[in-house]
Write a protein that binds this ligand. Structure first.
Ligand code: NAD
Length: 433
C-alpha cells in the first residue's frame, strides 16, 4: 500500500487522538517466530512505510539471521518472546510460531500492552479462544488473526454479490484444498546446519509434551498432533474464515468428518485426506475436502451454490454463472394415464414453465469473471491491521472471528477422531462437551 504524505500524516493524527502509537512515529513491530510464513509477512509489512520491524525472535539461529537481512539492521535479535514483550518501544507483535504456542504468546503480548497479529489458526484447542477473547476485552488491545484471503478484492466482491442476492438462496458451499507434493504434505527440506547448537529445542517445545530432540518435529511440526491439528487447522481454517465472512455466519451447529492417512505415512500423526460436513443454522451446509494425493481440484477454491447462480471463488479470482434450470416432467407424466397427461400439458401454468413448451434453458446473463487488481492479500491484510492499530477499531478478523474459524477445525478433528457428530454450544461459545 502506497501512502501519500498527506494520508500518512492523517493516519498518524488519528493514532495520536487514540492515544496509542505516537503521532509521526512508525509502528514498531516485534516478530515472534521467524519461519517461512513470517518471512512472507515481513516482506509484506515492508511495503507499508508506517511500519518497521525492530525486534525478531526465533528458536533456530538461521532464521533470525535471515530475518535481520530481510527486515533491516534496526531489527534486534532477542533471546525469547518475553524479552520482546518487555520492550516498551514495541507497539505490536506478530506471532508466527507453531500453533501450540499461539494462545500463550497472544495473551501475554496483549497483557504487555502490545497489539497482536497472530497467524491462523488463532488457537490450538477450542477453549483457548474464550481465554483470548477475554484477554482482548480486558486489555483493549487490537488482535487480528491471519487468514489473509478475506482481505482480497475478490472475496469482498463475492461478499457483495451474495449480500445483493445475485446467487439467490445459497444452501450449499463446497471448498477444497488439494496438493500432490512432499512439500504440500509439509515434508519441508531441513536446513543442513540445523543441530542442537543452532536449534533451541526447549524453546520450540514450550507448552507441548517433553520429547527428545528431533529435527523433523521442529521443521515439520504440522505433521505431529503435539503442535498442529493437521489439514483442519492449517488449511480448512482459511476456508472457514472466508465462508463466515462472506455468508455473515457465526458457527456451524454440527460437524461430521472422516480423515485417513493413505500415503505420507512415515513419521506423521495427521491424515493426508480429510472430508468434513458443517451444518450452519443460517440455513446452509458446507462440504470441505482436502487430499495431498492429487491436486486437480486446486488449492483454496470455493463454490457458493445458490438457487440463482454459482460463484467460484479462487485466490484472487471470481467466476459467476447464473442458473439455467427449467422444469421437465415429460418422463413423469408420460407414465400417467393418457387423458391425465393431456390435461397436464393443457394447463396454462405448465405451458409457461415446462421444457416441452419453452425449450432449452435460457441463460439470463452471461458468466462474469473477475481478476484481482488490488493489493496482494497479505499486504492488504497487514494494512487492515495497521489501520486498526491507528483507529483502535478492530478489523473483522478479530479474536472472535479467529476463535470461530479455528474452532470449526477443532470440531472437524474431534468428529474425525471419534466418528461422532460434534455440536457447537452457542451459549458457551465452545464445542459442546
Ligand atoms: N496465513 C497463511 O497463509 C499461512 C501460511 C503458512 C503458515 N501460516 C501460519 O504461520 C505459523 C508459522 O508457520 P510457518 O510455516 O512459518 O512454520 P515454520 O516452522 O517455518 O516457522 C515457525 C518458526 O517458529 C519458531 N519458533 C518455535 N518456537 C518458538 C518460540 N518459542 N519463540 C520464537 N520462535 C519460535 C521456529 O524456530 C520456526 O522458525 C503457523 O501458525 C502457520 O499456521 C500461515
Amino acid at each position: 500500500m502506497e501512502y501519500s504524505r498527506r494520508e500518512f500524516l492523517e493516519i498518524n493524527a488519528a493514532g495520536a487522538a487514540a492515544g496509542s502509537v505516537s503521532a509521526n512515529s512508525r509502528i514498531q513491530f516485534g516478530v515472534i517466530g521467524c519461519g517461512a510464513r513470517s518471512h512472507e509477512l515481513m516482506q509484506s509489512l515492508l511495503q507499508h512505510p508506517e511500519a518497521v520491524v525492530t525486534a525478531v525472535v526465533d528458536a533456530y539461529k538461521g532464521r533470525t539471521e535471515r530475518a535481520v537481512d530481510r527486515a533491516g539492521k534496526q531489527a534486534r535479535v532477542m533471546r525469547d518472546y518475553r524479552e520482546a514483550l518487555a520492550d516498551k518501544s514495541l507497539d505490536a507483535v506478530i506471532v508466527c510460531t507453531p500453533d501450540h504456542w499461539h494462545k500463550q504468546m497472544v495473551i501475554e503480548a496483549m497483557r504487555a500492552g502490545k497489539d497482536v497479529y497472530c497467524e491462523k489458526p488463532l488457537t490450538f484447542r477450542s477453549s483457548e479462544g474464550l481465554e483470548i477473547m477475554a484477554a482482548a476485552r480486558e486489555t483493549g488491545r487490537m488482535l487480528q488473526a491471519g487468514s489473509q484471503g478475506m482481505s482480497t478484492q475478490a472475496q469482498n466482491k463475492a461478499k457483495e454479490m451474495i449480500k445483493a442476492g445475485k446467487l439467490g438462496r445459497v444452501t450449499m458451499i463446497r471448498a477444497a484444498y488439494n496438493r500432490n507434493t512432499a512439500s504440500g504434505a509439509w515434508l519441508y527440506p531441513i536446513p543442513p546446519d540445523a543441530s542442537p547448537e543452532t536449534v533451541n529445542w526447549d524453546m520450540f517445545l514450550g507448552p507441548a509434551p517433553k520429547r527428545p530432540f528431533e529435527l523433523a518435529r521442529f521443521f515439520r511440526w504440522r505433521c505431529f498432533d503435539d503442535y498442529s491439528g493437521g489439514i483442519a487447522t492449517d488449511l480448512f481454517v482459511h476456508l472457514c474464515t472466508t465462508i463466515h465472512y462472506l455468508m455473515d455466519a457465526k458457527m456451524p451447529a454440527r460437524a461430521v468428518a472422516m480423515g485417513e492417512l493413505y500415503r505420507w505415512k512415515e513419521n506423521r500423526d495427521v491424515p493426508d485426506t480429510l472430508n468434513a460436513i458443517l451444518e450452519y443454522p443460517e440455513g446452509f451446509t458446507v462440504n470441505l475436502s482436502s487430499t495431498f494425493n492429487n491436486e486437480t481440484l486446486g488449492q483454496g477454491s470455493f463454490q457458493f451454490l445458490g438457487t440463482e447462480g454459482t460463484l467460484d471463488v479462487g485466490w484472487g479470482t471470481l467466476k459467476y454463472q447464473p442458473e439455467a434450470s427449467v422444469e421437465d416432467n415429460r418422463w413423469i407424466v408420460e407414465s400417467w394415464p393418457k387423458p391425465l397427461e393431456e390435461k397436464y400439458w393443457a394447463d396454462p401454468k405448465v405451458r409457461k414453465t415446462e421444457y416441452k413448451f419453452i425449450g432449452a434453458p435460457k441463460v439470463k446473463e452471461t458468466a462474469l469473471t473477475f481478476k484481482e487488481m488490488g493489493l496482494e492479500s497479505t499486504v492488504a491484510h497487514l494494512g487492515h491491521f495497521l489501520e486498526s492499530i491507528r483507529s483502535r477499531k478492530p478489523y473483522w478478523e478479530d479474536a472472535a472471528a479467529g476463535h470461530h474459524a479455528a474452532a470449526c477445525a477443532h470440531m472437524i478433528n474431534r468428529a474425525a477422531r471419534t466418528g461422532r457428530v460434534v455440536e457447537w454450544d452457542f451459549g458457551k461459545d465452545d464445542i459442546r462437551a
